[in-house]
Every structure is written in C-alpha cells, then in structure tokens.
Design a protein around this ligand. Sequence first.
Ligand SMILES: [Zn+2]
Ligand SMILES: [Zn+2]
Ligand SMILES: [Zn+2]
Ligand SMILES: [Zn+2]
Ligand SMILES: [Zn+2]
Ligand SMILES: [Zn+2]
Ligand SMILES: [Zn+2]
Length: 428
Amino acid sequence: MTPVGLLFKVNSEGLFTCPVNASPVDYAKIYPDPESEKAIMGSVVYCIHHKEGCQWSDELRKLKAHLNTCKHDAVLCAAQCGAMIPRVLMQDHLRYTCPRRRANCEHCHKEFSGSALEEHQGNCGHEPVYCENKCGAKVQRRHTQQHIQQHCSKRLVPCRHCGQRYTQDTVTAHGATCSRAPVPCPQRCAAAPVPRDELDAHLRDHCTAAGVSCAFRDAGCRFKGTRQALDRHTEESCQQHLALVSALATRQARQLESLRAAVARLSVNCSGALVWRITDWAAKMAEAKCKDGVELLSPMFYTSQHGYKLQASLFLNGNGAGEGTHMSVYIKILPGEYDALLRWPFSHTVSFTLFDQSSSPDRACNIVESFVPDPTWKNFQRPSKEPDALGFGFPRFVSHEMLKKRNFVKDDVMFLRVKVDPSKIVAV
Ligand SMILES: [Zn+2]
Ligand SMILES: [Zn+2]
Ligand SMILES: [Zn+2]
Ligand SMILES: [Zn+2]
Ligand SMILES: [Zn+2]
Ligand SMILES: [Zn+2]
Ligand SMILES: [Zn+2]
C-alpha cells in the first residue's frame, strides 16, 4: 500500500521503485486508489534519463510518451544486430561499432561487414607495419618478406672479401678493417692491391718500392734500399761484405772462448771428491806393460770452491816399489788460482777407494787406503808454477793378483775414488 503523497521513483531500467526501500514495484499491481492515482499521475517527475542529460520534466502520465522520443532512451539497433542503443548514439553505433554495419578497410579500401573488418584488421596486406628486424622502416604487411630479404638495413649480408656475415648497415664499416679487403701498397709500388693481412708479406718479400735491408745487416752492413738497388748493392759489395763477415767471425770466436772458459769454471768439480772412471782398461793395462812409466792422469778437481787444486795419477803397471807387480796411485797438488789464500803445507786427509763392482753390493769388498800428509814433505808445500812430476801416494796400492780376484774391473771399466777431507786428521 503506497501512502498518498509519496512519489514513486523510477530507476535506470525504467521501473518504478518503492520510495521507502527502493525495491522495484509493478506499476499494475499498485493498489488503485483513484484519488491517489490521480494525484500520482498528475505529479511532476523528471525523465528517467535525467542523469544522462535529458532535461524533460512533466506530469508522470506523459513520461511514457516522452520515452518514445527521448534521445537518451535505448532502442534496438536499426541494423538489427540485437544491441540496445540510446537513440543519440545510434548513428555512431551504425557507423563504427555495429557488427552488421558495412565499412571499408582504411588501408586496402575493400568493403567489409563490421565483424569481418575486425578480423581483417591486423591482417590487411596493405597496412604499413614496422620491420621486425627493428631497422625502423615501415612497409606494407604484404611486402615485409621482400623487405627483409632485399632492402632491410639489418639483414645479414656476407662481406665480399672475407665471407663473414654482417648486417647491411655495418658491412661497409667492417670493410675498413676486414683482413681480406684489398689495400693499395703504402710504398706505391706497381703491384695490384693486396689483401690487408698479406701486406706485411708483400712489403717484406715482394714490394719493389719498399726499403729492404742488406742481407749482411747482422754483420754490420747498414745499406737499405729498394729491391733493385739492393740487388746492385749486393753485387758491388762483395769485398766489403767479406770483410764484415770476417770481423764478425773473429768477434764470435772470442765470445766462444770466453763462454767456454765460463762453462769450464761452472762445471769444475769443487766437492773435494772425485770418482774417476777409467775406461778401456785392458788396452791401457797392455800399453802400461809394454812401455815404461805410462801414467794416467785424472780430471782436475778442487777441495772446495776456492780450495786446493788437485789431480790423481795412476800407474796401472806400478811405479817405484810396485813396478811390474802393483797398481800405484798418487795425489798431486797443482798450482791453483787461490793458493795465496790457502794454508800451507796442505794438511787434508786423502783417501783412495777402488770399487769392487760385484753384482751383490753386500759382498762387495772395496780397497781403501788413506794418509794424513806429512807437513815436512816438499810435496805438500805451496806448489811452484812448475810442480813436481810425482805426487804423494801408494806405489803398492793393490797387487795385480788382487785385481784379478774380485770385480775391480767390470765391462773394461774401473772406478777409483779420491776423497780429500779437511776435518779428519787420522788416516783410516
Ligand atoms: Zn528523456
Ligand atoms: Zn547494430
Ligand atoms: Zn585492408
Ligand atoms: Zn627492416
Ligand atoms: Zn670482411
Ligand atoms: Zn709494394
Ligand atoms: Zn750490404
């Protein structure tokens, strides 16, 4: 029951609503109170599209008639697409959004229905689109493949000199550094341009204009000139070149000499012990037996880096008391470079060891003899520049009998150790 005097409101869908709780009300079922109805129908209302901008306002009874013409009221699309469109927007709808409208593609100008046009858009072959290689160009969609293959500045093209692939807009810049690009000879010779990476070889080996050095440069010839001039120079300078080479050979011989001396200094034995390897033993023994006084001399060695200079001496067929029956060994003190700084007489213990080369080391029986120098002996004084021929040692070091008993000689080789010990003062 609607109280008299209260006005129904009309919502956005055109329905009357209860003024109390705003729920929709069926106009036909409102209790007909003729007095109230009359009052209601006569009451002044706004158009239901007032908010959209319709200014119409009149008695309620005239609203229905107004809505038939109200430009804000929605009606079915005139092209029968089924949409409800406010009259005021119908023109726009029919022109731009109605799926049943007829329209032309702005790119290819073909006519389509609205829905077909929407599908067509994004596929039209005439629409200009940006190149997918991001070269910045805009080409019609139907020409993109051709553009990418033939015109795009970002397409890969091979360098015509080296064959490496570069984008079309960088291949020219690459040519300025390409190792295979031909460049003219900087000496301006008559040769055709050569690939950049062969230029050095050209200048070195083939260029007729480049200055080349004389082949005798290392020998001291300073000549430098073109290849032709060099040929002439080489022909004319035989004498001069020969003199340069000869001088060089002399210089090098001197260098070799000093190098040899340096190597000898470095390789000299300064350990105070010498293991003397005597090879071709049988032949040497045979020689000693048929000739008198055959003496074998060991390599020189030093007692320390700046010590006494020593040499061992060996008579295979004996000497003095051992002649013909024994092998004799001696030590000689040679004039050395550091004698002035050393103590005299020489007083280091000297020992000789003849090695038994038995295959089982446990059963090997070496022969060892040693002595402490007698300070009164002339042999142990500082040697003069012309030293004594004989040293000091053992004329009867080992008998020929004994030599045969054990493996002192094996594979025609004998080993004799000579050891000088400054700390020992007692002979073994
Ligand atoms: Zn209206
Ligand atoms: Zn429509
Ligand atoms: Zn089109
Ligand atoms: Zn492109
Ligand atoms: Zn290249
Ligand atoms: Zn050249
Ligand atoms: Zn020369």
